[in-house]
Design a protein around this ligand. Structure first.
Ligand code: GLA
Length: 728
């Protein structure tokens, strides 16, 4: 389950956090089925080539849930809708290995045969997210243990221990058997590993020992560990590796923040290692098939930059209506861009695209208009997906997900969702040649720091702090101006961007500070926000004046700050407009740093009224803006974008740039504009998420890729509709 963001409220990560490095495996095929894996940064994996020249368009299908007599009807209906792809088997371990070491793939062979006969190929899920009951009965230690030391009982899914030798050997057995059976299957394009890796965190003795070994490998000596973690505090000094605890239950639920950060890194690496274990088996046995995993967008349990390194391409699960209003298309947009950024902007696919109303024990959200199922598929393409697969083909009649709608309901009636996705199927077929080889290119990037996100999770600053909300506020402002945005991680290449926004860059190491400094000195604009540069890589507060190692770069000093509780604070900008502010107020001192920065906005209330809240500093050929607070309304952020887009120069504050704007005027609210490039060709996606027709000013007439007609400079988009325009 992806967690998309609501731009005004903290993210609700309910009880359902449940289910839901830069090497590029490149394509070296001469036929769609021959893949040689190697390492290269020059040739990214081409999903359209992989799928035989077609955009991937499919559904997640569970043939084992339905009588075999239904399969042929299903496949025919899928083909009629334009589907050419299915994901199969990711929860069918018990059906493939009904008893230890006894395998039965006959049912899956038959299902594949029916689907393949209708032009539908498959990705097979390794079924490790849902181990069979017999495995738990025979090896109770495969179950994960919670922080109180209680093992989860059998039921649900994903409740396994990643360090249990019995679970690892069961994993090897089923993955090896599947790979051997399907390695040459012409209808099996590749593999999805497990399902939504991320939880649970396990606290048993296997994981405890593994964490202690991880610490020893990282720090070598206990003396180094004790200093790095500041364990003298409360006398938590360790004299033996075996004394090191996990972040299990303690009084007040508190832990050394340095230990807690390392524990999060350890858990994230454990997921990556588990994924890698499966990747290695598949690469050895089935080298012609491609490998992916279904990530969860904004989910923070794993560092996706690391997790996705061993994969051929990124896939992810996108549920835009999960607690969202459909007009909040920026949430899924940001998640798409983050997913693309997690593998250096290589094109990706959506493995689970919302295909109906979500719900487990209660329905969640409200019913989307049928047109939105088409709009979301095009939104994915607009953000660099080369394929979309809906979850799921038909709603289940039994089990936990009876309320989680598929495209079809239990009665298989070709409903409005089916009609909508069928239209999309025809259009996807039309667009494959145009989109093949095209990609998203952006001049603006948002820097996501997994360490900082974890650092804030461990010590959230104030109740109202929300890292993802800040990402969303800046992201949405650029998108409202009609600007493509990339997401970069600390390991990404920063060159090539005009602007990088790094909200609340709480935890920084020397390498990141150097990279950002080089970026600015070479002419880039860096936007930092409050509580940046506060901690080092050990989650320990700097002893330099804030913003610590970023102070010289930003040209400011922070000697005082004010967390928001119930005081009213406002910020007056250089144009005289006032903006209500929230969360945190860094009071900027422009005189005791290098003394070269200037205020762009000042606080309006309280004892620090008149003191700078937002600053700009020219450094080398570039600029650093520091935004010392967060704003309640989107207004300030839109203004910031217009400042960066030339206005600061007009006001005499130095030249900053944001790069290409895709529109002549900002699109109306509820309409998204994004672009892919292919050499000189520009492919624009205009998506109307509203119930009314809308007009977008493109400033020139463009050719409609679906109809072949020329659209006027002011393009009308009917409600819930999409236009794909191109130049030349
Ligand atoms: C996740 C899982 C799917 C399904 C859906 C709906 O995205 O990957 O298996 O459970 O949620 O709950």
């Amino acid at each position: 389950m992806s967690q998309n963001i609501n731009l005004t409220e903290p993210i609700m990560i309910g009880p359902r956090v449940l289910c839901l490095t830069a090497v590029v495996w490149f394509w070296a095929a001469t036929t769609p089925f021959i893949y040689a894996q190697g390492k290269s940064a020059s040739k990214p994996f081409d999903l359209i080539e992989w799928n035989g020249g077609k955009l991937i368009y499919g559904v997640d299908y569970y043939p084992e849930h339905w009588d075999e007599s239904q399969w042929e009807k299903d496949a025919a209906m899928m083909q009629a809708a334009g589907f050419n792809f299915v994901r199969l088997a990711e929860f069918a371990w018990v059906k493939m290995e009904p008893a230890e070491g006894k395998f039965d793939f006959t049912w899956l062979d038959r299902a594949l045969k029916v689907l393949n006969a209708h032009g539908i190929k498959a990705v097979l899920g390794t079924p490790t997210a849902s181990p069979p009951a017999w495995l738990y009965a025979k090896y109770p230690d495969i179950a994960a243990m919670d922080e109180r030391g209680i093992r989860y009982r059998y039921g649900s899914r994903r409740n396994y221990c990643l360090h249990s030798p019995n679970f690892i050997s069961a994993t090897r057995r089923i993955v090896t058997a599947m790979a051997e059976h399907y390695k040459e299957h012409p209808g099996a394009l590749g593999w999805q590993i497990d399902n939504e890796l991320g939880n649970p965190q396990c606290y048993d003795s296997y994981c405890l020992s593994a964490f202690q070994r991880w610490c020893r490998a990282k720090y070598t000596t206990l003396d180094t560990l004790n200093k790095s973690w500041g364990t003298i505090f409360w006398g938590h000094t360790y004299h033996a590796w075996s004394e090191i605890p996990l972040t299990w239950n303690t009084l007040f639920n508190t832990h050394n923040p340095s230990l807690a950060l390392d524990h999060r890194r350890f858990n994230s690496e454990a997921m990556r290692d588990y994924l890698k274990l499966q990747v290695d088996i598949l690469r050895r046995i089935a080298p012609k098939q491609a490998i992916t995993h279904n990530d969860m967008g904004m989910y923070n349990g794993v560092d996706y930059y690391q997790l996705n390194e061993p994969l051929d391409f990124v896939a992810w699960d996108n549920y835009p209506m999960f607690g969202e209003d459909y007009a909040h298309y920026f949430g899924p947009g940001l998640a798409h861009d983050l997913m693309r950024g997690s593998k250096n902007n290589q094109n990706f696919m959506v493995m689970e695209q919302e295909g109906g109303l979500p719900g487990w024990s209660t329905f969640r959200g409200r019913q989307a208009a049928p047109g939105l199922y088409r709009a979301w598929a095009f939104q994915a393409l607009a953000h660099g997906a080369d394929g979309v697969c809906y979850f799921r083909w038909r709603t289940s009649r039994f089990g936990t997900e009876q309320y989680w709608q598929g495209i079809l309901d239990q009665d298989s009636f070709p409903n409005a969702r089916y009609q909508s996705v069928s239209q999309t199927g025809k259009e996807f077929a039309q667009l494959a040649d145009l989109l093949k080889g095209s990609k998203v290119v952006s001049s603006v990037a948002l820097l996501v720091s997994p360490d900082s996100r974890w650092g804030f999770e461990i010590q959230p600053l104030v109740k109202d702090f929300n890292y993802n909300r800040q990402l969303g506020l800046y992201y949405a402002a650029f998108r409202r101006a009609g600007v493509n945005v990339d997401v970069v991680f600390p390991q990404s290449d920063f060159s090539g961007y005009k602007t990088i926004v790094a909200p609340s860059l709480f935890i920084v190491d020397k390498t990141l500070v150097e990279k950002l400094t080089n970026f600015v000195k070479a002419g880039g604009t860096l936007v930092l926000s409050y509580r940046s540069g506060v901690k080092d890589e050990n989650n320990i507060v700097t002893d330099q004046t804030l913003p610590g190692p970023l102070a010289a770069l930003a040209g400011i000093a922070i000697h005082d700050f004010d967390p928001h509780t119930n005081q009213q604070q406002e910020v007056a900008d250089l144009e005289g407009e006032r903006h209500p502010a929230r969360v945190w107020f860094d009071i900027l001192d422009l005189t005791s740093g290098e003394g070269k920065s200037r205020a762009l906005a000042t606080y309006a209330n309280g004892y620090y009224a008149g003191k700078p809240a937002v600053s700009i500093h020219t450094n080398g050929k570039g600029h650093v803006l520091y935004v010392g607070t967060e704003f309640l309304k989107p207004n300030f952020y839109s203004k910031l974008v217009s400042w960066l887009d030339g206005k600061l120069a007009e006001f005499g504050y130095g030249s900053t740039r944001i790069g290409k704007k895709l529109v002549a005027e900002p699109p109306p609210e509820g309409v998204e504009v994004a672009m892919r490039e292919k050499g000189e060709k520009e492919i624009y996606f205009l998506i109307n998420y509203t119930e009314n027709a809308q007009t977008v000013s493109m400033g020139r007439s463009l050719r409609n890729a679906l109809t072949g007609n020329t659209e006027p400079a002011k393009v009308e988009i009917p409600m819930f509709d999409v236009k794909i325009l191109m130049v030349p």
